[in-house]
Design a protein around this ligand. Sequence first.
Ligand code: FCB
Length: 455
Amino acid sequence: MSTKPMPSLARSDFPADFRWGCSTSSYQIEGAARLDGKGESIWDRFCATPGRIRDASHGDVACDHYHRWPEDLDLARALGVNAYRFSVAWPRVLPQGRGGVNERGLDFYERLVDGCLARGLEPWLTLYHWDLPQALQEQGGWLSRDTVDAFAEYTELVARRLGDRVKHWITHNEPWCSALMGHHDGVHAPGLKSLAAGLQACHHILLSHGRALPVLRSHVKDARAGITLSLHPIRAASDSDADQAAVRRHDGSRNRWFLDPLHGRGYPADTWALYGAHAPRMHDGDLAEIARPCDFLGINYYFPEVVADATGANPIGTRVVEPEGVERTAFGWQVDPQGMVELLQRVQRDYAPAEVYLTENGSTYEDELLPDGRIEDLQRRSYLARHLAAARDARAQGVPLRGYFAWSLLDNFEWAEGYTRRFGLVHVDYATQQRRIKASGRWYSDFLHGRGDAA
Ligand code: FCB
């Protein structure tokens, strides 16, 4: 149990127009995997493959949010947030990925968006949080350039339908994960294990982001569009020159590989050279498309990475090490709010995005449901409070941070970890689908409502 003192903190430490939110994603909460015309996604397929998911589970039902969304939006409202980030499941609106539109799928997102607006929640829509239509995977998925065009068509469909009410658009969530974890590490859908495939998928995902931007701008009046990256401060395992040099190389693959092309610098030359024959194939003009200006940068911050030199072991020549004696969540992820300040400052110094939003930040612990129905998740509460204090500190140091979205509103399907990891501010009893606000959620609500000293 963390014994770290709670920071002193108040909502009034932040400007009145700061976005306070919570995040979710379609596959992790919706369920209704085969209902109302939804097509199969790569995550449906991946979960059906034995050995892929830790508890052999899947998102068929998940939090049944497809049916329970009014209650879930009521919970978000009870927390006091003013923004709600969700994603659209591409195969729910285009079951085959392209062509035939599933009106019932679009109707669901229309109800959800209207439900947000009715509750004073600003909808933040992510177009791609990893659930590619399986039909497109069978034509090559993100390894095929055609998927870039398919993404633009899908963007247009959703923008035309919801663009009168949704003004904040995130093209992709964490290309590192969808590209590299999905195509190189093989631990996420579609489960491939090739570095070249991972980097090619990554290139097409970034390209599709760039191609979607003018589509959003032409179909959404006053659109605010950006992309969300998972970024990490990188630290050296020791003072040795070799480990210090490893930091720069690792940063190239983890951070600069995404930040540089999005900011008009192309892929970092040092990292490109290390990838060698694995580097992606590009066409003329791709880099200009990827670099189209965004209105904001979304950052998901979870943990720093500590690296040691491992020249020869892999193209980047680094190895992630797990230092002893540091605070960790139940997932083993390091808890390091100061790392968030460092990361935000670094992004600002090196790339100067006009606006930054923390689009995810959160923690998993072994929550205990007490006999009286309470969940006293004091570690998550501490995690949340300390990261909000870090957000305040980053702002004080000049970072144009305009919003914070907690991951997650609800406990949900945590990808390869199945239902074994709970990240919610709201507990979900999967047997009954009962929701219960945890102590962390009550704290967030007190903080947001300015009730007493939430700290
Ligand atoms: C992020 C994902 C999100 C969730 C959290 C814990 O990488 O974007 O869907 O799984 O991690």
